[in-house]
Write a protein that binds this ligand. Structure first.
Ligand code: HEM
Length: 435
């Protein structure tokens, strides 16, 4: 329990920006987050830089934005809305957290591997890979709650949560390695022209960036091993899955207790797109400033990554005056910073989308070391823009077509409690126009 814990934005700015080189994830972090291998989320120094450059190459391609838009719009149109229609017609209750988790999982599978496992379908099937991801993440959480010697012995004996972790990782590895093998095969058979027609998923990008242009200078023309691709894919899966589920779930719960905000978003969609069915594109959702403010506000109050951990390399003094020794473990709370009166003012605990909108109607800029939800500095979240677009496409499609109420009047807590919808009166999912 030898940690330095802070939520001082100047300390965080110091660690994430000003003295970035001195604050790393470190070897203990990588041991605990073992299934991540050496991927971008856990790596430091050159390995981290190498991955980050490759992911940036993937994200900055012109076809990336269109690829994401097509995946998300298709998922909304062919899966999400038909399921909600069904729920409404049959007066059923649906677990929104589960729905969003399936939505996020299908999307991230398509983005990483070009494969849609169809987790989000009418019968809510159990998908082995999704369960394995959940189990591996729970096992990592478990490792934080016991001394390292305890989980190491359990791992060695293959008992308890560690046994679950080993099984889950085996399932995940089989899945990811099979995706890599079929991608390699597909690409090997393709001509250069045909290659441009293939879906531009992450694994394809990492394989094809092995020898291409400016990336070759950075990668010294190195051919990526299957392990490199596996770690790249695994890290992206995790970074882009639970974060999205968490963000969407809290957002819809906040709307359920702030009907005025919900009404304003619906109005904004109607005014901007009067003749639309609610399925908007990337450029269109950028016009929805109030929706943007509401999402940022939700992300401020409920950051999907609520805490981060760093390890100091050399001795240092933080702006707060606290001394840091080499190897000091530091925790900083994104959750606490999102609710800090010093940063957000007296109304810091209120859900106020207006906070983000200027008199001219633009989104107000807040430096990332204050609005820390997407991290700050050289390790800023690489999926921020894509996450915002995905959430806006989903939110506008749902809010344009349905109204929600939380079924149980029980306190909402992390993880265990469910947010649910049903149809008007007893059945509380109400289509627009139904009153
Ligand atoms: C609302 C959604 C999201 C939030 C709040 C979020 C937040 C964060 C945070 C706080 C970090 C830093 C974590 C750390 O260093 O320990 C991070 C890193 C990262 N995120 Fe996101 N993220 C979101 C969605 C996504 C999505 C959709 C993707 C990709 C599809 C993504 C890709 C990444 C990657 C690759 C990193 C590692 C960056 C690095 O270390 O250089 N994120 N994200």
């Amino acid at each position: 329990m030898d940690y330095l814990v802070t939520c001082d934005s100047l300390n965080v700015q110091h660690m994430l920006l000003k003295n970035f080189e001195n604050y790393v994830k470190g070897p203990v972090f990588r041991q605990i987050f073992e299934p991540f291998g050496d991927g971008v989320v856990v790596a430091d120094a050159e390995t981290w830089k190498y991955y980050r450059t490759h992911i940036q190459f993937f994200i900055k391609q012109r076809r990336h934005e269109a690829f994401i838009e097509q995946i998300v719009q298709n998922k909304v149109k062919t899966c999400l809305l038909p399921i909600l229609d069904h729920v409404q017609e049959h007066g059923k209750v649906v677990d929104l957290q589960d729905l969003f988790s399936r939505f996020a999982f299908d999307n991230i599978c398509s983005i990483v591997a070009g494969r849609d496992p169809m987790c989000l379908s009418m019968d809510f099937p159990e998908v082995v890979i999704e369960r394995a991801f959940n189990e591996s993440e729970e096992s990592i959480f478990y490792r934080h709650t016991v001394p390292m010697t305890v989980w190491k012995v359990q791992k060695w004996l293959q008992i308890g949560q560690e046994k679950t972790m080993t099984k889950a990782c085996k399932t995940l590895d089989e899945f990811i390695y099979s995706c890599i093998a079929s991608k390699r095969e597909e690409l090997r058979k393709c001509s250069k022209e045909e290659m441009d027609e293939l879906p531009f998923d992450l694994i394809t990008a990492l394989i094809t960036s092995e020898n291409c242009g400016s990336m070759a200078d950075k990668g010294k023309g190195r051919v990526h091993s299957d392990k490199f691709l596996r770690d790249g894919a695994f890290n992206y899966f995790v970074a882009g899955r639970e974060t999205m589920t968490s963000a969407l779930t809290w957002f819809f719960w906040l709307l359920s207790i702030h009907p005025l905000v919900e009404a304003k978003i619906v109005e904004e969609i109607k005014v901007n797109f009067p003749n639309n069915d609610g399925i908007l594109g990337t450029e269109e959702v950028k016009k929805l400033v109030y929706l943007h403010g509401a999402l940022y506000e939700s992300l401020r109050l409920f950051p999907p990554v609520p805490i981060e951990r760093k390890q100091a390399i050399k001795a240092d003094t933080l702006p707060s005056g606290h001394h840091v020794h080499p190897n000091t473990m530091i925790l900083f709370s994104l959750y606490a910073m999102g609710r800090s009166e010093e940063i957000w003012g007296k109304d810091c605990l209120e859900f106020k989308p207006e906070r983000w909108i200027s008199n001219k109607g633009d989104v107000i800029y807040v430096p990332s070391y204050k609005f820390i939800t997407f991290n700050a500095g050289p390790r800023t979240c690489l999926g921020k823009d894509s996450a915002m677009v995905q959430m806006k496409i989903l939110a506008s499609a749902i809010l344009h077509n349905y109204r929600f109420q939380v079924v149980e009047v029980t306190p909402i807590t992390t993880r265990s409690k469910r947010i649910a919808v049903s149809h008007g009166g007893d059945m509380r999912l109400v289509a627009v126009g139904d009153g």
